[in-house]
Design a protein around this ligand. Structure first.
Ligand code: UDP
Length: 235
């Protein structure tokens, strides 16, 4: 196994499936099955999930809402997604814990690094909800921060495209995919991998990032086993 402890980042939008808003249950079950495969193979899995399928602080601010208020709403959205994913994983027979950066002890443990790593060692999937717990950040930054804190080998950013391209493959048919890139190359070519705060945190802590298509069955397991899937960004 190439990676023994991973941090999987899923966007909230990924959970929408073909819907315009909210959570698609079929998609949730598919993701749970993908995650089960890697857990069963002995890999330790932590997950950060976004909230964009429910609420984004920036979108609220654009409509005149207070940004900080909106960002907290976005963080709560990630807890809703985290609970949904937790339910689907448990239905698949996986032990899980949800840890939240905002305390809500009826539904989630508070984020405690030592507890999180202990859960991982015991084979439980740990879902980190409520982002970093701070407004003006994203769940990509939360994913990077948590990955570093728990000593993950890699951050796996599951998206609907199969890697990083020189231009947007959904708009440009000639777009060329990169198999691997250095942090410096991403920066110099101005490629979009994660927001700058998250990206810089990864680079400074030498945490590799793999961007891959989470909607293709088997991809997650292939990556854990060391197959070249998606685009690897490393030092
Ligand atoms: N958010 C925040 N602080 C964080 C993480 C998230 O304020 O540490 C808020 C922010 O408003 C963001 C929303 O939660 O827009 C949902 O997260 P994100 O946009 O990263 O979700 P994704 O794009 O992955 O679905």
């Amino acid at each position: 196994m190439k990676y023994k402890r991973i941090l999987l980042k899923l966007s909230g939008e990924a959970l929408m499936g073909n819907r315009q808003y909210g959570i698609d249950n079929d998609r949730l079950v598919e993701y749970a099955m993908e995650i089960k495969q890697v857990v069963d193979s002995g890999c330790q899995v932590a997950i950060v999930i976004g909230g964009g399928n429910i609420f984004r602080g920036l979108a609220g601010a654009a409509k005149g809402m207070d940004r900080v208020q909106g960002d907290y709403m976005g963080m709560l959205a990630t807890v809703i997604n985290g609970m949904a994913l937790q339910g689907a994983l448990e239905d698949a027979g996986i032990y899980t814990r949800l840890q939240s950066a905002i305390e809500m002890d009826k539904i989630a443990e508070p984020f405690i690094k030592r507890k999180a790593t202990r859960h991982l060692e015991k084979g439980r999937v740990v879902i980190f909800g409520a982002g970093t717990g701070n407004p003006y950040f994203t769940t990509d930054t939360a994913a990077t921060l948590r990955a570093i804190e728990i000593g993950a080998d890699v951050i796996l950013k599951g998206t609907r495209v199969d890697g990083i391209y020189d231009s947007d493959p959904e708009k440009n048919a000639d777009a060329v995919k990169y198999n691997s890139l250095s942090f410096d190359e991403v920066y110099k070519k101005n490629l979009k991998v994660m927001d700058m705060t998250a990206f810089t945190l990864s680079q400074e802590n030498n945490l590799p990032i793999i961007v891959f298509d989470m909607n293709k069955a088997g991809n997650l397991l292939k990556i854990i086993n060391g197959e070249e899937v998606g685009t690897l960004v490393s030092a």
